[in-house]
Design a protein around this ligand. Structure first.
Ligand code: C5P
Length: 232
């Protein structure tokens, strides 16, 4: 299994992110840059991270009209990122436009994945925005739509992985946050799953933040995650 751990760089300054990156080996992990760090540090930090040799998942969850999203994922590809994402609820035409925009990218195109239903939304929240389906039904529906629109995968919670793996094609990529070993603090995550269990349930990549970024030795914590997964 090739570098399944994606470390979430959830920091509010480029200095903190770079200081962590200096302690990590790009041969042992990938990294995720989300909205907070990107809004603070911008494309410059993304380029620096790519230049350090890291595969970057740019987690900006684009959701807009098809033309804007297509141009945005193209701009992300030009930064050299490895993975980029959009909201599946932006619709098939938006996802297809994003996918087509990436076809025109020179060199290796980034993986394009979708967010289905945010795990912060319960049934009542969906009802308030006019969606009658249960969160699980909506997740499946949007994951199928993402697959049909030519996307490479979806972000899904540990609780959804097994079902989605059974419903979607085997090469469709599942990216799963909410990962904790028994000895890790759960922080604000409600439902966590262990790294081995998550991979056995069908995840391809595991997003891990605080158990590594806040560890006394992030490199040792990463080693422990990788060792647990070695041989799977
Ligand atoms: O520190 P921790 O391991 O909880 O970080 C998990 C990362 O995954 C954070 O960047 C968080 O925003 C992201 N994420 C999540 N749950 C989702 C989607 C993304 O925890 N459903």
């Amino acid at each position: 299994m090739d570098k399944p751990i994606i470390i979430a760089l959830d920091f509010n300054s480029p200095e903190q992110a770079l200081s962590l990156l200096a302690q990590l080996d790009p041969g042992q992990c990938r990294v995720k840059i989300g909205k907070e760090l990107f809004t603070t540090a911008g494309p410059d930090l993304v380029r620096k991270t790519v230049d350090l040799g890291f595969d970057v998942f740019l987690d900006l969850k684009y959701h807009d009209i098809p033309n804007t999203v297509a141009k945005s994922v193209s701009a992300a590809a030009n930064l050299g990122v490895w993975m980029v994402n959009v909201h599946a609820s932006g619709g098939a035409v938006m996802m297809e436009a994003a996918r087509e925009a990436l076809e025109g990218v020179n060199g290796k195109r980034p993986l394009l994945i979708a967010v289905t239903v945010l795990t912060s939304l319960a049934k009542e929240d969906l009802e308030q925005v006019g969606i009658a389906a249960n969160p699980e039904e909506q997740v499946s529906k949007l994951a199928f739509l993402a697959q049909r629109s030519g996307l490479d995968g979806v972000v899904c919670s540990a609780a959804e992985t097994r079902l989605l793996r059974s419903q979607l094609s085997s090469d469709f990529c599942l990216v799963t946050p909410g990962i904790r070993r028994p000895e890790d603090a759960t922080d604000d995550q409600k439902r966590v799953v262990g790294p081995v269990q998550a991979i056995e349930n069908g995840s391809n990549y595991l997003v891990v933040g605080r158990p590594i970024t806040q560890a006394d030795s992030p490199a040792q914590a990463l080693d422990a995650f990788n060792s647990a997964l070695a041989g799977l």
